[in-house]
Ligand binder design. Structure first.
Ligand code: AP5
Ligand code: MG
Ligand code: ZN
Length: 222
């Protein structure tokens, strides 16, 4: 099967630090389809001090979910952009059953369907280590890890030379809270999408490159 024939309306599902952003960036490069990260969109809004950012900041700093209607609104608009016509990778959305239901409805109205939902599985202690060591580029958003994926020059992005920073919500206390929120509000989506026949489970404990290979192989079957 050639790459162009793949149906690529994807969701990347997984706990904080599972590697959703890391793998989504690789998939966008491989397939030329956009990554839609609600976390990135919200962080950009906070940085710019827009009304959306002001509304979202307290929830994010607290490790809680931003209200469903806010993120549903963001994604509904984003999916109508022409660059989503060849496919898209949702990263960090949906995160509640209400968001998943809204997405189904929204895609139906747009005449689109989900093709796959990839669930990245990673142990809790590994997640904490990944998140405490994460660094992110201020300019292009690429993620790094001080130990597992260090930049060539400390504090600088390999891709664009931008400055690397540590996310406000990557403090250990907030990380634990985000993990609890994931278990309670987002983990039920694994059964939701398994029941819909869309779920592919990928071992996210492997090294970044190996996860990528596993994921690409899984997308190329069927
Ligand atoms: P969001 O930005 O989505 O954060 P998250 O879900 O907590 O996920 P992360 O971005 O922390 O992890 P990731 O899976 O992308 O991991 P990454 O690839 O960076 O959301 C932030 C906040 O925004 C939420 O708390 C909420 O308030 C709000 N929000 C967002 N979406 C929302 C929604 N839909 N509804 C309501 N609220 C919403 O990797 C992590 C680190 O590990 C990196 O350093 C990376 O280099 C490293 N790494 C990656 N893969 C590997 C590997 N295989 N081996 C070793 N290290 C690895
Ligand atoms: Mg992310
Ligand atoms: Zn960069």
């Amino acid at each position: 099967m050639v790459e162009g024939d793949l149906h690529m309306n994807l969701i990347l599902l997984g706990p904080p630090g599972a590697g959703k952003g890391t793998q989504a960036k690789m998939l966008t490069e491989t397939f030329g389809i956009p990554q839609i990260s609600t976390g990135d969109i919200l962080r950009a809004a906070v940085k710019e001090g827009t009304p959306l950012g002001k509304q979202a900041q307290a929830f994010m700093d607290d490790g809680k979910l931003v209200p469903d209607e806010v993120v549903i609104g963001i994604v509904t608009e984003r999916l109508q952009e022409p660059d989503c016509n060849q496919g898209f990778i949702l990263d960090g959305f949906p995160r509640t059953v209400a968001q998943a239901d809204a997405l189904q409805e929204n895609l139906r109205e747009l005449g689109k369907e989900l093709d796959r939902v990839i669930a990245l599985q990673v142990d809790t202690e590994a997640l904490v280590e990944r998140l405490t060591g994460r660094r992110t580029c201020k300019s292009c958003g690429r993620g790094y890890h001080v130990k597992f994926d260090p930049p060539a020059v400390e504090g600088r992005c390999d891709a664009c030379g931008g400055e690397l920073y540590q996310r406000d919500d990557d403090r250990e206390e907030t990380i634990r809270k985000r993990l609890e929120v994931y278990e309670r509000q987002t983990a039920p989506l694994i059964d939701y999408y398994r029941n819909a026949g869309l779920l592919i489970e990928v071992d996210g404990m492997q090294q970044i490159e190996e996860v990528r290979e596993t994921l690409l192989a899984a997308l190329r079957t069927e």
